[in-house]
Design a binder for this molecule. Structure first.
Ligand SMILES: [Mg+2]
Length: 326
């Protein structure tokens, strides 16, 4: 694996934040209530009660994770947990999920990061929403998988959510470093990365490329991992399995464009701030900062701070690679 260029690290962090802010006004809506791709890319839409270009919890937890890594020059799971929980101490989290909130409250009450994650059975997408940028840190599958699993368990103990966190980190890593992304081999690598943690997620990822040109693809994705679908029509709920499949599908369906992938993902409907955040980060890891519309970066809340953090993260990645002789 090659070290990521600065444009890739900036693209991952700013891309995630911009994608989050594109989707935030439309969280929970069906596709037919979401504006066209051109409209989504032209400017941020009104997010009631918040300033233009506001991102949400997905970006906040990602930035807290990266802030911890920069301060420690390493991934120290206890410190990542502390940074995440601190967001709740200040009541500053925008649109938080229930499992992450409960995990943070457990940490703030006990100071123990090892037992703070939501119990098995709660398989939300609060892991995958914050691990894409983390994936750029690693130079091998062997080092990425166990560490991202531990970082995922900060908020979720369920193996499906842990697997989802690993898959998104691995996807960012591969998209940033592999010149050629072939759907079947890409999905097999992703499946292999999580098979020991959760074989159901692995099997579904491996089957995903078979549906790429199939009109049943959205039924396959939206209902994956559920015995009884929650809705008759396909929509991406905050459940980890459909979230991960929809994110990877968006990248494969729109492989050549940041705007194409992100607007495609947001227009799937449902938990679309998280989809925007994940796909924005993955497409940024693939295409770099220059492919993200400058007008959106200019209007993004805290864009300058995120740019500074990403620049420091890029330096930290290269510094630790130098130390390890990578
Ligand atoms: Mg959110």
């Amino acid at each position: 694996m090659n070290l990521p260029a600065k444009s890739i690290v900036l693209g991952t962090l700013l891309g995630g934040a911009v994608g989050d802010a594109i989707g935030a006004p439309f969280e929970g809506l069906w596709t037919d209530s979401i504006p066209s791709a051109d409209s989504l890319a032209a400017s941020f839409h009104e997010y009631h009660g918040y300033p233009n270009g506001q991102y949400t919890d997905d970006t906040q937890l990602t930035l807290a994770t990266i802030q911890s890594i920069i301060e420690q020059d390493d991934i120290i799971v206890a410190d990542v947990a502390r940074h995440i929980a601190e967001l709740w101490r200040h009541h500053s989290v925008i649109g938080p999920g229930g499992a992450c909130t409960q995990a943070a409250e457990r940490y703030l009450a006990t100071g123990d990061h090892r037992n703070m994650g939501a119990p098995v059975g709660q398989a939300g997408n609060g892991t995958a929403m914050r691990t894409a940028a983390l994936g750029l840190w690693f130079d091998s599958d062997e080092s990425l998988i166990p560490v991202v699993a531990e970082v995922s368990r900060i908020t979720h103990q369920d193996s499906r959510s842990v697997a989802g966190g690993i898959v998104i980190a691995m996807a960012a890593n591969l998209l940033s470093s592999d010149s050629d992304i072939v759907p079947h081999s890409f999905c097999r690598r992703l499946a292999d990365s999580c098979r020991d943690i959760n074989s159901e997620m692995a099997d579904l990822l491996q089957r995903l490329p078979n549906y790429l040109n199939d009109e049943g693809v959205m039924d396959f994705i939206a209902h994956a991992g559920q015995r009884t679908p929650e809705f008759d029509k396909p929509i991406i709920t905050p459940f980890i399995i459909p979230t991960v499949l929809a994110s990877i599908y968006s990248i494969l369906a729109q492989p050549d464009s940041w705007v194409g992938a992100v607007t495609f993902a947001v227009r799937l409907g449902g938990d679309v701030d998280t989809l925007g955040a994940i796909v924005g980060a993955l497409a940024g890891a693939r295409h770099g900062i220059d492919t993200i519309p400058q007008n959106l970066i200019d209007c993004l809340q805290d864009a300058r701070d995120i740019q500074v953090l990403a620049t420091r993260y890029h330096l930290a990645i290269h510094a630790q690679a130098g130390e390890s002789g990578r």
